[in-house]
Every structure is written in structure tokens, then in C-alpha cells.
Design a protein around this ligand. Structure first.
Ligand SMILES: [Zn+2]
Length: 323
């Protein structure tokens, strides 16, 4: 395993990059605009630029770097580095993104490894995060959507076409509300941040009391974070809605435990701000519904790495893959 790699986190608005060392420490940080509107060639150039700036800012040269790991939301063919689906940047679909970035960086010894950002975050949790001594874990990332990553025996589980770990699209209600994926009743449609905000609007519209009802009446966009904060301040409706979110997520955890029998389930993303108000109901629901043997030694925790998980995982995975 090489000693250092560049991790890159490619988003629709920003590209974040950093040099990561072999203990998962971030040695430099760079954040630049993606400039997606200027086309895929520009995105490739911006990724290479961010990576080079990260190397420079760490006061290193490319000769001291082993590889580049590139993470982004979407689905990528594991063996080819081709973008199968990029929800935020649809024009990237079909591109051999990893090799294009590699060419652009133009250093013979630098290989580029492309993966789903949640897969890489899950790897980071296994490598230096909240996994403890277990080699098997499932990560749920709670944000605009619900993403996920699976690590089995210390390795990312991607499935045949890179689709594995789409935990947000497990089904809770076959005839439930419509999900962004086109299906009905997915976990994401009930427990993502926008889903919580939507359930809050519906609850207040139906007459349930909340300290934030006046805000809503004024047309303010009440976010999941606002709801978490109000719940922390004792708002009963917000508290109940977060508990309900925990109940949905707990069912998701149960499904994963029955299928994979992992010992660690980690939650990350903006909704972690709700803290124990969210985590306790997840744990309770999972305990209530899971076979005792599948629940043995299971710990359900928040990520320790937070927003850095993607970057650390990208660097760490690249080091591992380049060896
Ligand atoms: Zn779905």
C-alpha cells in the first residue's frame, strides 16, 4: 500500500480534494467549483486541477502520491470506471471518467479509481471510522436522498454493476408514496431530509401544533435541520416526526441485518444533527423487529468522520487499490 493518495469528492456544485495519508489523515484540502454547465471536458479538467492543487497544498509532488480516488453520487461500473448514472450531472453518463481524469493528470504512475461516494464513505468507516474491529458494516447516508454503502470482509460490496448498497430504495410500502426513483414506498420517500420536511408540512397543515407553524404559514421553507433543532428544543410534533423517521430507518436496519448479518450499522449525513432523538428510535425499532441472533453484538451508531468520510474513503480506497 502506498503512503499517500489524493481523495476527490465530486459534486454537482463543488469538487473537494485532499491528500490522505496511510492513517486516514487529511494533509491538505481544496475546494473549487465543478463548472458542470461548461461540459464534461471542463469537469474532467477541474477534477485534475483540484487533485493537483491538493498535492501542491500538502507541499508534495506527484512523485510522492500513489493514486487518486474519485467519489461521486451515482452508479459506476466497478471494472471499467464508466459512469452508468450520475443524478446531479447526467451529461457524465457513459464517460470513462476514471481514465479521462488519469489522462488529464498525465502522470504515468497515477491510476484513478472511481466509485460511488457512499461506498467510499463506508470504506472510510471500516478503515479509520466508526466500525470498531468488525470487517462488515452497512452505512446509511441521510440527506436529500438516502444513500448507502456496504463493506463485507473489509471490502466494498458493489454487486455486478455497481448498484449494490442502494439502501434508500428498499421498499417499506408497496403502494406507498412515489419515490424519486419512480417506484412507490421506498425508504427514501419516507425518511430522507425532504421527506421529513414534507411530513412536517402535512402534520402542521392537518392542525398539529408546532413552534414553527407560524414560519410555515409565512411560506418559509422549514428544513429537516430546523425540525431537528425544534425537536431538541422540545417541540412535540417535531420530536414525534423524528421518532417516526427513526421507526422507518429502524425497519431499514432490520432488513439489512437479516440479509447481511453485519455487526455495525452507521448513520451519516445532515440528519445526524438530530442526535439521539433519531438514533434511539432507530435502535429501538431494530431491536424490536430483528431476530435476536441477527441482533447479537450489533451496534448502531453515527459516523465519527462526518463530512470527511467521502474524501478519506476515496484516498484510502485508492491506496488499497493501487498497491
Ligand atoms: Zn426509490
Amino acid at each position: 500500500m502506498t503512503k499517500r493518495a489524493v481523495g476527490v469528492d465530486l459534486g454537482g456544485t463543488f469538487i473537494k480534494a485532499g491528500v490522505v495519508d496511510d492513517r486516514g489523515r487529511i494533509l491538505s484540502r481544496v475546494k473549487i467549483d465543478t463548472q458542470y454547465a461548461r461540459g464534461p471536458d471542463m469537469v474532467v479538467a477541474r477534477i485534475a486541477l483540484a487533485a493537483s492543487k491538493a498535492v501542491e497544498r500538502a507541499k508534495l509532488t506527484w512523485a510522492r502520491i500513489g493514486a487518486v480516488g474519485l467519489g461521486s453520487p451515482g452508479i459506476f461500473e466497478p471494472s471499467t470506471g464508466i459512469v452508468s448514472m450520475s443524478p446531479n450531472m447526467p451529461e457524465l453518463a457513459g464517460l470513462e471518467l476514471a481514465s479521462l481524469v488519469r489522462e488529464r493528470i498525465g502522470r504515468k504512475h497515477i491510476n484513478v479509481f472511481l466509485d460511488n461516494d457512499a461506498n467510499l464513505a463506508a470504506f472510510a468507516e471500516y478503515w479509520v471510522g466508526s466500525s470498531g474491529d468488525t470487517r462488515d458494516l452497512v452505512l446509511f447516508t441521510l440527506g436529500t436522498g438516502i444513500g448507502g454503502g456496504i463493506v463485507l470482509n473489509g471490502d466494498i460490496w458493489r454487486g455486478a454493476w455497481g448498484v449494490a448498497g442502494e439502501v434508500g430504495h428498499m421498499n417499506l410500502f408497496p403502494d406507498g408514496i412515489r419515490c424519486g426513483c419512480g417506484n412507490h414506498g421506498c425508504l427514501e420517500a419516507y425518511a430522507s431530509a425532504p421527506a421529513l420536511a414534507r411530513r412536517f408540512r402535512e402534520a402542521v397543515t392537518a392542525g398539529r401544533p408546532s413552534s414553527m407553524a407560524p414560519l410555515l404559514a409565512r411560506g418559509v421553507n422549514v428544513s429537516a435541520r430546523d425540525i431537528a433543532r425544534a425537536a431538541g428544543d422540545g417541540d412535540r410534533t417535531c420530536r414525534e416526526l423524528i421518532e417516526e423517521t427513526g421507526h422507518y430507518l429502524g425497519i431499514g436496519v432490520m432488513n439489512m441485518l437479516h440479509i447481511l448479518n453485519v455487526e455495525r450499522v452507521i448513520f451519516a449525513g445532515g440528519m445526524s444533527a438530530a442526535g439521539d432523538l433519531l438514533l434511539e428510535p432507530i435502535r429501538a425499532e431494530a431491536r424490536r423487529r430483528t431476530m435476536p441472533l441477527a441482533m447479537r453484538n450489533v451496534e448502531i451508531v453515527f459516523s465519527k468522520l462526518g463530512n470527511d468520510a467521502g474524501l478519506i474513503g476515496a484516498g484510502g480506497w485508492a491506496m488499497r487499490a493501487a498497491k
